[in-house]
Design a protein. Structure first.
Length: 278
């Protein structure tokens, strides 16, 4: 039996986009998670921790366009940075904003009823909720879930937890202080040792190039303001020099001094990192 003391009560709401209220059709576009000693959602208490994940990848927006061709993408693309900034502001202001948001959402944007969940890890739980309620369903190929960014993230979390360095790393790092205000991009992991700031991000080779391009751009902007920074891109497989797509990504990362780290080498990387984070 698991040690129940490790699990904590958290509360979440799913944010829905309803472009046609009359037909009562909606698509889930985000999740807000809260963790607090008190059970009430949006209580504004001193110990409340809040997180938000809003639809932000092209695969998700492609699915949205198929289901709702007239969807307001500008509204939805700007929604994530706005909520993220508001909910990570001053504690009292964030609580008041969430309560006001619940009362003032238009018919187009709606909250699902609040639900409680027992979870051990806040960041892992918001990833799980997003994956199960918001992310497009994974494609299946010969009975095995296709390699995706979420799968790489899950593998990384398992390795870091076994090496006992997960709690020494920062997760889902905002980058708008280095790029542009409102930038919705988040880097998966960050760590610090001996004055060096390291960044680690999942970049599937089998997907579109947008994720790789954004990570390369972000690395360039961070280095412009922080010289002591190192970057790694975690891929699902070792890149093949005979694959033109892989070759393009390798050149892109070489220009920005981003190390390519296949999942097969993550164990060794984590072991080395553990010695530096002591």
């Amino acid at each position: 039996m698991p040690d129940e003391q490790r699990f904590q009560t958290m509360h979440y709401r799913i944010l829905r986009y309803t472009p046609n209220v009359i037909r009562d059709e909606w698509i889930n576009i985000g999740v807000i998670l809260e963790q607090a000693p008190a059970a009430s959602l949006a209580s504004g208490g001193a110990a409340v921790r809040r997180g938000v994940r809003i639809l932000d990848d092209e695969r998700g927006f492609s699915r949205l366009r198929r289901l709702h061709p007239s969807a307001d993408e500008t509204l939805l693309r700007n929604l994530g940075p706005e909520l993220d900034a508001r909910l990570h502001g001053m504690e009292k202001q964030a609580g008041e904003y969430l309560a006001k948001l619940q009362d003032s959402l238009s018919n187009v944007l709606q909250f699902s009823p609040g639900r409680a969940v027992l979870a051990e890890d806040f960041d892992a739980e918001i990833d799980r909720l997003y994956r199960e309620h918001v992310a497009p369903p994974s494609r299946m190929r010969t009975g095995i879930v296709e390699s995706t960014k979420e799968w790489i993230r899950s593998r990384l979390k398992d390795v870091f937890a076994r090496r006992r360095i997960l709690d020494k790393m920062q997760r889902s790092i905002r980058v708008d202080e280095f790029t542009q205000p409102g930038d919705p991009f988040h880097i998966d992991y960050a760590y610090r040792y001996n004055g060096t700031r390291g960044y680690l991000h999942a970049v599937p080779l089998g997907r579109d190039f947008s994720n790789a391009k954004v990570y390369a751009y972000t690395a360039e902007r961070i280095r412009a303001k922080s010289q002591h920074a190192e970057f790694s891109a975690v891929t699902e497989v070792p890149p093949s020099p005979e694959n033109r797509h892989h070759e393009f990504i390798l050149r892109l990362f070489e220009e920005q001094q981003i190390r390519v780290l296949p999942l097969s080498r993550v164990e060794a990387f984590a072991e080395s990192l553990a010695s530096r984070l002591r």
